[in-house]
Design a protein around this ligand. Structure first.
Ligand SMILES: [Zn+2]
Length: 394
């Protein structure tokens, strides 16, 4: 049955079968007409350009069969804050509101709303996530409901935790630093070392707010005082005359397994540094627009062959956790970016960013037999990705 969203999530385990559809998107650059996906024992075994008449064939219909979408950055545990915070009035009032409302709602209320959000993920076409958890309440929700991905426990301040990291399918447990201006440099280096040892991705918000930019540049005494008031002494932090990307590079925490999130305010030199270090990047354009009134320079990133992933951030700063909505926003605001690149951001790039490209991101033999079927078809091959990337605008 196709839910109201027009998106059907298919997860096949067991006996060999073939799923057939009017269009099959194998990857952003390979679209097949009247094709099929052969599966067995939970894995894709073949992509069929012609589908034989066979009793094990399931004809999904004239629509589009494609890989599940991947949300590389979200905060499910902030779902209860939907419609409770001021948007478009600046970042500081939003942060103050978030801290206040989170207290008011309390852990049981946050957990209830997070569960509802988890239950909606597959109906929105999302199969893999990078969840950021500050309070630690969403890990079992994801595993109990069969959502794959990486659960990042996020740390701020300067106290060293004793994290237990787990590298396993379908849900790994890793750690994240909050941001360069909120997490001490020693702690960032420690957390990155933990992830390196366990071959897991490390995530961090980078170059998002003006407070962060000015603090790392050495010009924000107000933020300095704020940290001191919170019992964090930034006197030895190596800030001054640099950008957040340069700061993280100096600390040695950039690299292929680091996921730098936001990058809203970056220089050409920053982008070169991210490309040179092969750092993974993740963008949340709708959240950025709501909180900061601007979006990242996606064309400049693509020009450097960076491979941005997409994330939605949380319902506290965005009106849905749907990647279809995020792709549609990018399509509207960056008309020069080809639909294939936008689709790659929500599938292949995001799966790579979470270290799960061997299981998700494209429909290829050996990957998990999970896919989504989108009910509306497309009149021609070159309209398929146009249809998919605009599907959120309805
Ligand atoms: Zn975030």
């Amino acid at each position: 049955m196709i839910p109201d969203t027009g998106i059907r999530y298919i997860r096949h385990t067991g006996t060999p079968s073939i799923f057939k559809a009017g269009w099959v998107i194998r990857d952003p650059w390979t679209i097949l007409k009247n094709a099929g996906v052969a599966v067995a024992d939970g894995c894709i075994t073949d992509i069929l350009e012609t589908v034989p008449g066979h009793r094990h064939v399931t004809d999904c219909g004239p629509g589009i069969l494609m890989p599940p979408l991947v949300n590389a950055h979200l905060h499910l545990e902030l779902s209860a804050l939907a419609d409770r915070l001021p948007l478009g009035k600046g970042f500081e009032p939003w942060v103050a509101g978030l801290l206040r409302e989170r207290e008011v709602i309390g852990i049981p209320g946050l957990a209830r709303a997070a569960k509802e959000a988890v239950l909606a993920l597959q109906d929105q076409g999302t199969g893999l996530v990078g969840e950021i958890s500050t309070l630690g309440i969403t890990r079992s929700l994801l595993s109990d409901h069969g959502i794959s991905g990486v659960w990042f426990r996020e740390y701020l301040g300067s106290a060293f935790p004793d994290p237990v990291l787990v590298n396993e399918c379908p849900l790994s447990v890793s750690v994240a630093g909050h941001a360069p201006h909120t997490t001490s440099p020693d702690l960032l280096v420690f957390l990155k070392a933990c992830t390196r040892k366990n071959r897991l991705p490390f995530s961090i918000h980078v170059a998002e707010s003006t407070a962060e930019m000015s603090f790392v540049a050495g010009n924000n005494s107000q933020w300095y005082d704020f940290l001191v008031q919170r019992g964090i002494d930034p006197a030895t932090w190596p800030v001054g005359n640099k950008t957040p990307v340069m700061y993280l590079n100096d600390l040695g925490v950039l690299g292929p397994d680091t996921l730098a999130v936001h990058l809203l305010q970056v220089t050409d030199r920053d982008l070169d540094m991210l490309a040179d270090t092969q750092t993974r990047i993740c963008l949340c354009p709708r959240s950025n627009q709501n909180l900061h009134g601007r979006i990242p320079d996606i064309p400049a990133m693509l020009k450097r062959n960076l491979t941005p992933a997409l994330g939605t951030d949380s319902l506290a700063s965005c009106d849905s956790l749907s990647l279809f909505d995020e792709m549609a926003f990018v399509r509207q605001h960056c008309p020069g970016v080809p639909p294939a690149d936008i689709f790659a951001m929500a599938t292949k790039n995001a799966a790579m960013a979470l270290g799960a490209a061997d299981q998700y991101g494209t429909l290829d033999p050996g990957k998990r037999s999970e896919f989504i079927y989108l009910e509306p078809g497309a009149p021609s091959r070159d309209q398929v990705l146009e249809k998919v990337t605009c599907y959120g605008i309805r």
